[in-house]
Design a protein around this ligand. Sequence first.
Ligand SMILES: C[C@@]1(CC(=O)O)C2=NC(=C\c3[nH]c(c(CCC(=O)O)c3CC(=O)O)Cc3[nH]c(c(CC(=O)O)c3CCC(=O)O)/C=C3\N/C(=C\2)[C@@H](CCC(=O)O)[C@]3(C)CC(=O)O)/[C@H]1CCC(=O)O
Ligand SMILES: NC(=O)c1ccc[n+]([C@@H]2O[C@H](COP(=O)([O-])OP(=O)(O)OC[C@H]3O[C@@H](n4cnc5c(N)ncnc54)[C@H](O)[C@@H]3O)[C@@H](O)[C@H]2O)c1
Length: 197
Amino acid sequence: MEENQLFPVFFKLHRLHVLVVGGGNIGLEKANAMLENCPQATITVVSLDFLPALEELTHQYPNITLIQKSFSCGDLLGKDLVVAATNDKAFNYHVWEKAKGSRVLINVADTPELCDFYLGSIVQKGNLKIAISTNGKSPTIAKRLKQVLQEAIPDTLDEVLNKLSQIREKLTGDFASKVRKLNSITEVLVKPESENA
Ligand SMILES: C[C@@]1(CC(=O)O)C2=NC(=C\c3[nH]c(c(CCC(=O)O)c3CC(=O)O)Cc3[nH]c(c(CC(=O)O)c3CCC(=O)O)/C=C3\N/C(=C\2)[C@@H](CCC(=O)O)[C@]3(C)CC(=O)O)/[C@H]1CCC(=O)O
Ligand SMILES: NC(=O)c1ccc[n+]([C@@H]2O[C@H](COP(=O)([O-])OP(=O)(O)OC[C@H]3O[C@@H](n4cnc5c(N)ncnc54)[C@H](O)[C@@H]3O)[C@@H](O)[C@H]2O)c1
C-alpha cells in the first residue's frame, strides 16, 4: 500500500506572516481556512482584483490586508509562508521560483508537485484539532471524513482535556513518574470495552 509521507505540524499563524497571491475563489478559501483556525493570523493578499467576500474578511479579522497589484518579488520580504492561487499556472510557477529563491515555504494551489506543504481538512472540538490529508488524492474525501469525525467526537471531550490539563499541572515528581501517572489515568480510553467492566 502507498503511504502518505507528509509530516503534519501545527503552525501558530498569529506569529507568522502569510502571503496569499490571488484574491479569487481559492485565495478566499485558503485565507478563510487559516482565519477560521486562527482569527489573529497575519495574512497579506496581493491580487489584481478581489472577491467581495475577501474584502468582507478585512472587516471581520484584524490582521488581514489586501493589496491590489500584481505580485512582485518584494512581496516575499518578511513572509514565512506563501500560497500561490492565481488563475495563471505559469505565473504561479514564477511565484514558486521566487519563493524558493527566498527560502519561503510555498503552497501552489493548482500544482501539488510544487507544494512544500498542503492545507489539511480540519476537525475542531474546543482544544482538540485533527488535520486530515489524503496525500492529495481526494480533498473531497478529506472533507467528508472531517464531517464524520466532527459528529463522532463528543463535545464533552474538551472537558476531559481541561481536566487532564489541570491534573498535569498539579502532578509532582520527576518526568518519568508524571508520564506513568498520566498514562495510567487515561488507560481506560484504549482498553477493550470488556476489560473496563
Ligand atoms: C482539504 C482542503 C483544505 C483547504 O483547501 O483548506 C484541500 N482542498 C479542499 C477542498 C477541495 N479542493 C478541490 C475540491 C474539488 C473537488 C476535488 O477535486 O476533489 C475540493 C472540495 C470542495 O471544495 O468541496 C480541488 C483541488 N484541490 C487540489 C487540486 C489540485 C490537484 O489536485 O492537482 C484541486 C483540483 C483543482 C482543479 O481541478 O482545477 C489540491 C489540494 N487541495 C488540498 C486541500 C491539498 C490536498 C489535501 C489532501 O492531502 O487531502 C492540495 C494538494 C493542495 C492544497 O490546496 O493545499 C479542502 C477541504 C476543506 C474542508 O475540509 O472543507
Ligand atoms: N488547491 C485547491 O484546493 C484548488 C481548488 C480548485 C482550484 N484550484 C486552482 O487554483 C487556481 C485559482 O483558482 P480560482 O478559482 O481562485 O481563480 P480566480 O479566477 O477566482 O482567481 C484568480 C485570482 O488571481 C489573481 N491574479 C491573476 N494574476 C495575478 C498576478 N499576476 N498577481 C496577483 N494576482 C493575480 C486575479 O486577480 C484573481 O483574483 C486555479 O488554477 C485552479 O485550478 C485549486
